[in-house]
Design a protein around this ligand. Structure first.
Ligand SMILES: NC(=O)c1ccc[n+]([C@@H]2O[C@H](COP(=O)([O-])OP(=O)(O)OC[C@H]3O[C@@H](n4cnc5c(N)ncnc54)[C@H](O)[C@@H]3O)[C@@H](O)[C@H]2O)c1
Length: 364
């Protein structure tokens, strides 16, 4: 297969894909679409691609693959339209915003031979990949607890420059949980079975805005417990990639800030865990050269996607899937495994944390 011709929908986040694709190689961005024509025109000038005036014209153009980087409410519909037009799709997070949209995405993915891949970039972070490889190598024993936090004060993005609320301010939008759940499920090789969620509001919250924070407690098919905290509305320093793990033979906690480093303690390698002379943390990075030599050898420019080198590795995998060399590592089912707990959390939160079953989309 020659150069893969890309089109990009949504030209704020979408611009970072154009940057990283240029670096990855084997691809050319030739078509753009944005609901804001002036933004599409500006991006066309910058990228050297053609801006189309409608989604139909964009999808009819000579492209092989589409990056869907529009707002979440459009993801399932635009992914479905692109798949129906025979285009491969890489879709931004979250995969969809309702159960109906999830079902339509599954139907669209089944009706085509084109590739659908979910663009969960945090799942491609170096640290997440290292933990997965260490888990596969038996370092943590059986993992029975995982924790993730996405703490990102985006209140500035709730209101557009003309004063109208943006899509992020929708009170019933899905919990933005895939950056936390995706890496945990990848490391554990698991799927969420039930979700129980609480939503926090404070007295100063205005009606019509999403809750400040959600806490999700989940059970998995393998019997693990996951706890995920997503806070997009509290004043505080960001921390978007916090994770922790506990297994029968080891534990891990990510850095917190102020120079803190990510750390592990492993039964097989470190001092015993006792009441007196208790176990001590050891730097995770001591294991990096052994487990992620490929990641350490990435060119410095690989970090231009905005989240370490995650977009670089993710796009390499997507291109390999489009070329038929590998199955898409995060297909529609896996994308929904990461997304559905955040949709069903809304139902649980309205019932004050009652557990809600998370369906397996493979059975639909
Ligand atoms: N994976 C990540 O780390 C990451 C980071 C940022 C954003 N995102 C995701 O990327 C997507 C876009 O986020 P953003 O920050 O660029 O949002 P944004 O609101 O800043 O920009 C959205 C862009 O899409 C355009 N748009 C709006 N409706 C559209 C439609 N129906 N069709 C085509 N274009 C449309 C807007 O004009 C705008 O240019 C979201 O799904 C978000 O969750 C992911």
């Amino acid at each position: 297969m020659g150069l893969i011709r890309f089109g990009i929908i949504g030209l704020r986040r979408g611009r970072s894909y154009a940057r990283v694709l240029r670096l990855v190689g084997g691809a050319a961005v030739v078509a753009l679409y944005d609901a804001d024509q002036s933004r599409a025109d500006a991006a066309a000038h910058e990228i050297g691609a053609r801006a189309h005036g409608s989604l139909e014209a964009f999808l009819s153009s000579e492209i092989d693959a589409v990056v869907v980087a529009s707002p979440i409410p459009f993801h399932a519909e635009q992914s479905g339209a692109a798949l129906a037009a025979g285009k491969h799709v890489l879709c931004e997070v979250t995969a969809c915003d309702t159960l109906d949209a999830a079902r339509s995405l599954v139907a669209a993915a089944r009706a085509t031979t084109a590739v659908y891949m979910f663009a969960e970039n945090y799942r491609y972070l170096d640290e997440v990949e290292q933990l997965r490889r260490m888990r596969v190598d038996g370092h943590f024993g059986e993992l029975y607890y995982g924790e993730g936090e996405y703490l990102h004060d985006v209140r500035d993005l709730f209101v557009a420059s003309d004063g109208t609320p943006t899509w992020r301010a929708q009170p019933n939008g899905p919990v933005y949980c895939t950056h936390s759940i995706g890496p945990l499920l990848y490391i554990l090789d698991d799927r969420v079975r039930t979700v129980s969620a609480l939503a926090s509001r404070s007295e100063e919250d205005t009606d019509g805005l999403p809750p400040k924070m959600h806490v999700l407690q989940m059970t998995t098919d393998r019997g693990a417990t996951l706890r995920v905290r997503v806070d997009i509305g509290s004043p505080r320093p960001h921390n978007m990639a916090h994770y922790a793990l506990q297994g029968t033979r080891g534990a891990y906690e990510a850095w917190r800030g102020l120079g803190d480093r990510s750390k592990v303690w492993l039964v097989d390698e470190h001092e015993p865990s006792r009441v007196s002379d208790s176990a001590c943390w050891h730097p995770l990075e001591e294991y990096a050269a052994r487990y992620i030599p490929d990641r350490l050898a990435a060119p410095p420019e690989a970090r231009t996607g905005g989240h370490g080198s995650s977009e670089y590795w993710m796009l390499r995998d997507f291109l390999a899937a489009v070329r038929g060399e590998i199955a898409p590592p995060i297909d529609a089912y896996a994308g929904l495994d990461y997304t559905l707990p955040g949709i069903l959390a809304l139902e649980s939160a309205t019932r004050r944390g009652a557990p809600v079953d998370v369906p397996d989309p493979r059975a639909w």
